[in-house]
Design a protein around this ligand. Structure first.
Ligand code: AMP
Ligand code: ZN
Length: 493
């Protein structure tokens, strides 16, 4: 891309050049949105035929890091996420359960939105359900028909890929020599089966269908995203993203549909997340090697550990998931939370040291440099952990002053606008999902009342009472940490 690299969005706060890896060019490029200060992003959402697994959430967390980062650089972000609530698998499963597709999907949509909240995923500006955009899909298919890109066979409408010379440009498949007119009806297929694909599928007996000007039937998966992206974001989007498995056929077909209809470039930057693996295989429903968030929560894992783990590995690197990696993430979050609590609670001597202000500023700069390099979250995190180590050392040596806390806390706040793990609210989140943990039975104010009661008991030297309260809290999963200056901090185990 040849336009001038943009330094940041609205506020021009830093001089870091943002670079993203674009699947189409295969290069890491300076990021330049079409309209200065504004980024239009389409992120492929889930197919709501079951609970999403944490492989899916790897991609959704990456998309959240992307939007948070862009916002932190001052851009206005307009993000659309679809919910695929009609596709082959949903139709089959709803039919097997003897319910309408709407009844079938509502439970999984709700679960997905709840899971997103538990992982601190910011809500996109638009959440678009495919079944509420059938008219838009039909109109897009009509535009394609007018331009000669479609044909019908047995009541279904197909996209004629031979008519679109750019077909294959994203996934780099070679379509030369492919048999013209060979068709595929399934939504998901592999590169070896590249064929004319179904835009609109004739109803099979007992299947849900819509009566429309292009006949009765239901949309194919790819036309859903193309129609919703064009509707909300215009002909050319800045960023389109999903997991790498979506490159072909989903995104390739979205390009064929939208560019044939509009005659314009569909997407300026294609960002694809590598997979989350289990024992070196992709986590997927079909392999049966998957874990849902709820399963992990009910085994005692915290939302913040999962978010931290998923965010900490840069999105273009595969992430090998294991219980040990989750434990490691949990202790990292704990370390960071303890660090911030120490900065806030400990009584440091008055004054400030210029070196510490510089140290905080350096961490911020390095954190930003890491993220600007195609969202290198590992590099950004290293800057924060270096800061934590240096500041802890200074505090232990008595070289840290009251006025030094602020610049360090600023760096931690910058970290948390992206990683969003510092608030100790895991227990409340689990409680709101109806997942019982010991600590989830007490609210923060109830815990604080008990902590205050224990402090009062200690003051009057009633140690049996203070120990009893400490044990009671420990039984509820709350740990107390007494600080050197007589204060106390509490946290969930
Ligand atoms: P689906 O519900 O199958 O349409 O998938 C929703 C999102 O999750 C898509 O962006 C997929 O590419 C992504 N996805 C699926 N499996 C994985 C995985 N194991 N690791 C990372 N992303 C995945
Ligand atoms: Zn999509």
């Amino acid at each position: 891309m040849s336009a001038q690299p943009i330094l940041s969005g609205g506020d021009q706060t830093t001089k870091t050049e943002i670079r993203f890896h674009d699947t189409m060019s295969g290069q890491t490029e300076p990021f330049v949105p079409l309209v200065p200060g504004e980024v239009r992003v389409y992120t492929c959402g889930p197919t709501v035929y079951d609970f999403a697994h944490i492989g899916n959430f790897r991609t959704f967390v990456f998309q959240d890091v992307l939007r948070r980062y862009l916002k932190s650089k001052g851009f206005r972000v307009i993000q659309v996420m679809n919910l695929t609530d009609v596709d082959d698998r949903i139709i089959q499963k709803a039919a097997a359960a003897g319910v309408s597709i709407r009844e079938y999907t509502v439970k999984y949509i709700q679960a997905f939105l709840d899971d997103r909240r538990a992982l601190n995923l910011e809500p996109p500006e638009y959440i678009a359900r495919a079944t509420e955009h059938i008219d838009d899909m039909v109109k897009l298919i009509q535009r394609l028909t007018e331009k000669g890109f479609t044909y019908t066979s047995e009541g279904s409408t197909y996209y004629r890929i031979a008519k679109f010379p750019d077909y294959g440009k994203l996934s780099k498949i070679d379509v030369a020599g492919m048999q013209t007119g060979a068709r595929v009806d399934m939504d998901r297929y592999d590169k070896d089966n590249a064929r004319d694909f179904a835009l609109w599928k004739a109803p099979k007996p007992g299947e849900h269908f819509w009566e429309t000007p292009i006949g009765p039937g239901r949309p194919g998966w790819h036309i859903e995203c193309a129609a919703m992206a064009l509707k909300y974001l215009g002909d050319t989007l800045d960023i389109h993203s999903g997991g790498v498995d979506l490159t072909f056929p989903h995104h390739e077909n979205e390009i064929a549909e939208s560019e044939a209809a509009t005659g314009k470039k569909f997407v300026r930057y294609w960002l694809h997340a590598e997979h989350l693996l289990v024992d070196h295989e992709k986590m997927s429903k079909s392999l049966g090697n998957f874990a849902t968030l709820r399963e992990l929560f009910s085994h005692g894992h915290k939302p913040s550990s999962i978010r931290f783990l998923l965010a900490s590995v840069p999105y273009r690197r595969q992430l090998n998931f294991s219980p040990e990696s989750l434990q490691g993430a949990a202790s990292s979050v704990e370390r960071l939370r303890n660090f911030v609590a120490r900065l806030r609670a400990e009584k440091f001597p008055e004054g400030s040291t210029p070196a510490m202000a510089e140290r905080g500023a350096k961490a911020k700069e390095e954190f930003d440099i890491g993220l600007s390099d195609d969202l290198n979250t590992a590099q950004a995190l290293a800057a924060i952990f270096d800061l934590v180590r240096d500041v802890n050392t200074a505090m232990d040596r008595g070289e840290f002053r009251l006025g030094d806390a602020e610049p360090v806390l600023e760096a931690m706040e910058m970290f948390d606008t992206i990683f969003a793990v510092l608030r100790d609210d895991d227990a409340q989140k689990l409680k709101s999902l109806g997942i019982a943990t010991n600590a989830a039975t007490l609210s923060d104010s109830e815990i604080e009342a008990l902590v205050a009661e224990r402090q009062a008991a200690r003051k009057r030297r009633d140690f049996s009472a203070s120990d009893r309260i400490r044990d009671q809290l420990a039984g509820l999963g709350i740990i107390l940490e007494d600080s050197r200056d007589g204060g106390v901090r509490w946290k969930h185990k």
